[in-house]
Design a protein around this ligand. Structure first.
Ligand SMILES: [Zn+2]
Length: 437
């Protein structure tokens, strides 16, 4: 007999690698938090032993979704200011609200609320970019989610830091304190080309090389950003970042709604990864990321929700659907980004954008057992001819029934096992009363 800690039997297993594969009546064997085998359920029953055996007769089991860009604690600002362009939304509403309210307690309570939404929606890993990443590290790790913490750097003072040098020092201190936690990884996160100066970006490049972390940054989000850059620096932001040496295979550019053919070729040549946040871009009317053209050029594209103040939810399944529908419209071609590729973007693509593809992103022996189950027996996904199609084009996030990260179960038949949802909702309601009495 072979032994595992957990055997998860499912009607379908979609490992994501190889692309498009759907295994029927198979089981995932997990030992010490990692995938050890995917075998037929029959073989599992006759040859494998495990203390914990889970049977999911109507479900697809797949890698956990990777939300490749969010600002988790901004859940507490959800719906505070809507229907505005990015500049007015940020400068007249979001930044003043953050200046008044952001604190370690705000980040704790907002991140906890985000974690409830993420786990319930099938997200096992998120890339954050926010203040007090030490607090995000603690709450994410306590809840058992995997997180890449963006160590934010901005050109103006906030409650977290007073100068670029202080942002960088405090960020690196957070990394030093948490670097041995297997659930956590880190990225330097200069906010955007318009909010960080050249000297700081040079320092970011130097430090990223020294401590071997990726760089994660909002880039080419709006036409206004490009016009302002040309006026101030004489070049578009990507050209400026390239001249500063930032663009390489460890650089992840978020949004990228304004790209010409030369810039797409530059990203491909440098190995830049792109995070597409379709609903945030649509809501702020920022522009459209040319996903199909980037992928055709060989660029890795991941999917992110962005923060809940500009989306306004952290629904990655919904984001995947929007991404595939929008890619078809932008390319004028319904054959681009079929379901298997859209799901790959939201799992393995996210893992690549976070520098974690060796560890997560597919159900592959040796990788962490980060996986989710989606119940396809509900009316919205019946009859099920093709589970990939059902997940990408029809399933709602309420069909996510179970979630494991590194083999630890965080959601069991829709019940949260590591987060106190009622207490978290009460704290969110208390913030609502303080922020807008
Ligand atoms: Zn963002």
């Amino acid at each position: 007999m072979q032994t595992a800690d957990t055997l998860i039997h499912a009607r379908w297993i979609i490992p994501v690698e190889p692309r498009g594969q759907v295994l029927e009546h198979h089981a995932l064997a997990v030992r010490n938090g990692r995938v050890v085998a995917i075998i037929s359920s029959e073989t599992a029953d006759s040859v494998w032993q495990a203390e914990d055996i889970v049977r999911l007769p109507n479900h697809a089991l797949l890698p956990g979704l990777v939300d490749a860009h969010t600002h988790a604690a901004m859940t507490l600002l959800r719906g505070l200011a809507d229907d505005l362009p990015l500049k007015a939304w940020l400068e007249d509403h979001i930044w003043p609200a953050e200046a008044r309210w952001v604190s370690p307690e705000f980040v704790r309570d907002g991140t906890d609320l985000a974690l409830v939404e993420l786990v319930r929606g099938g997200v096992t890993t998120f890339q954050d970019m926010y203040f007090f990443p030490d607090v995000v590290a603690r709450v994410a790790s306590a809840a058992g989610l995997r997180a890449s913490l963006g160590l934010v750097v901005m050109g103006f003072p906030t409650a977290w830091a007073g100068s670029p040098a202080e942002y960088l020092q405090k960020g690196l201190d957070v990394r030093d304190a948490h670097r041995h936690d297997p659930l956590l990884s880190f990225a330097l996160a200069p906010h955007a080309p318009y909010s960080v100066d050249d000297a700081t970006l040079r320092e970011v490049r130097k430090l990223a090389d020294e401590v071997q972390v990726p760089i994660h940054m909002h880039v080419h989000e709006t036409a206004q950003e490009l016009a302002d850059s040309v006026a101030q620096y004489g070049v578009r932001p990507l050209a400026r970042l390239d001249a500063l040496g930032l663009l390489d295979h460890d650089f992840t550019a978020v949004h990228m709604t304004q790209l010409d053919a030369t810039e797409i070729a530059l990203c491909a040549a440098r190995g830049v990864k792109v995070v597409h946040c379709p609903e945030s871009n649509l809501k702020l009317a920022s522009g459209l990321c040319p996903v199909a053209a980037l992928r055709a050029a060989g660029v890795t594209v991941a999917i992110g929700t962005d923060g809940a103040a500009s989306n306004n939810d952290l629904d990655m399944l919904g984001e995947v659907r929007t991404a595939t529908l929008l890619a078809k419209q932008v390319a004028g071609d319904p054959t681009v980004l079929p379901a298997a590729e859209a799901l790959e973007m939201a799992t393995l693509g996210g893992a690549r954008a976070l520098g974690l593809a060796e560890h997560i992103g597919s159900l592959t022996p040796g990788k962490w057992a980060d996986c989710i189950a989606i119940d396809l027996s509900r009316p919205a996904t019946q009859p099920t001819y093709d589970p990939l199609s059902a997940i990408v084009y029809a399933a709602g996030r309420d069909a996510v029934s179970d979630v494991w990260v590194a083999g630890r179960r965080l959601l069991a038949e829709r019940a949260l096992l590591t987060l106190d949802e009622q207490a978290i909702l009460s704290r969110a309601a208390a913030w609502r009363a303080r922020i807008l009495p």
